[in-house]
Write a protein that binds this ligand. Structure first.
Ligand code: A3P
Length: 309
């Protein structure tokens, strides 16, 4: 760690530049174990996100869709993060070679989650037939969400520094946040899905908000477990959408108390759950700077029709 380029982070204390992205000191060791030891099955499913882009929601949706015929609704008693565990900041944290089968709620398929950029996933994942579901979100909402998340963590852990919104925004635009730069993260998965659409499904938070039923059907189809006519007529799709909704999850006791493996309170994963909250926080000059950045970084990928909404 000492030899890696370092930056004072704004959402977490220090960040280290590893394989072209910013990583916390705590994540680095488990991440390397994940890269070195992970042994995938072709049937594995991995949800992948940049932090604050809807990871919690994606975990709940994927778990509920994939295992819908097997359970009575574990989301009532376990958080989405307990049901679908992060490979790099949970599964490999205390053990370089954990028993992956036992870590998952169900085997075949096993379901994991990651924030690691596509290029830094273990190469065997790319070579295997396991599937990845990526969820992207507008960077303005991602930033505002991350800003509040960092504030909540600072409230609970006073040792973290408190940069101003301007300072945090500047660092964010320069890609300095855990697992950043954001645009490299998104583009990595976007390019991979263009090359291999059967392997990687690229979803957008805003699309899920707009039409959750059709997005769930797309997810189920991609996972190889399409909803049957009976299920559709019986309201299964709507039921999954309802159980996984922000309003429902936020109010469940299990999501209101306790902390996750790295000490983050479960409640901090639920704030507003809305599209466009950035309007309440970003100044016109911030919006202009980010708009330019979006254009510059994503010019070949189509800002609205394609990669972002
Ligand atoms: P906001 O801060 O904008 O409210 P992550 O899960 O990647 O940490 O992302 C957290 C963001 O997703 C937060 O956004 C949170 O409120 C929102 N979120 C959590 N659960 C959600 C759900 N079921 N539906 C929609 N948004 C959700």
């Amino acid at each position: 760690v000492e030899t890696l380029p370092k930056e004072q982070g704004w959402s977490v204390s220090n960040l280290y530049l590893y394989q072209g992205f910013w990583c916390t000191a705590l994540t680095l060791r488990p991440l390397i174990s994940f890269q070195t030891h992970f042994q995938e099955f072709d049937s594995d499913v991995i949800t992948a996100t940049f932090p604050k882009c809807g990871t919690t929601w994606l975990k709940a949706l994927t778990f509920s869709t994939l295992y819908r015929d097997r359970f009575a609704n574990p989301l009532l008693t376990s958080t989405p993060h307990q049901l679908v565990r992060f490979l790099e900041q949970d599964v490999y944290v205390n053990n370089p070679c954990p028993d992956l089968d036992n870590i998952c709620v169900y085997n075949k398929p096993r379901l994991f989650s990651t924030h690691v950029p596509y290029a830094s996933l273990p190469t065997s994942i790319e070579d295997s037939r396991c599937k990845i579901v990526y969820l992207c979100r507008n960077p303005m909402d991602m930033f505002v969400s991350l800003w509040h998340f960092a504030e909540m963590l600072r409230d609970e852990n006073k040792v973290l520094p408190t940069p101003s919104l301007d300072e945090a925004f500047d660092k964010s635009c320069r890609g300095i946040h855990a697992f950043g730069p954001f645009f490299d993260h998104v583009l990595g998965y976007w390019k991979a899905t263009q090359e291999n659409p059967d392997k990687i499904l690229f979803l957008k938070y805003e699309d899920l908000k707009e039409d959750i039923s059709s997005q769930l059907k797309q997810l189920a189809m991609f996972l190889g477990v399409p909803f049957t006519e009976d299920e559709e007529e019986g309201g299964v799709v709507e039921e999954i959408a309802k159980v996984c909704s922000f309003e429902n999850l936020k109010e469940l006791e299990v999501n209101k108390k306790g902390v996750d493996v790295i000490g983050i309170p479960h409640k901090d994963f639920f704030r507003k759950g809305k599209v466009g909250d950035w309007n309440n926080y970003l100044t016109p000059s911030m919006v202009e700077r980010l708009e330019k950045l979006i254009q510059q970084k994503l010019e070949n990928s189509g800002k609205y029709g394609g990669l972002l909404r």
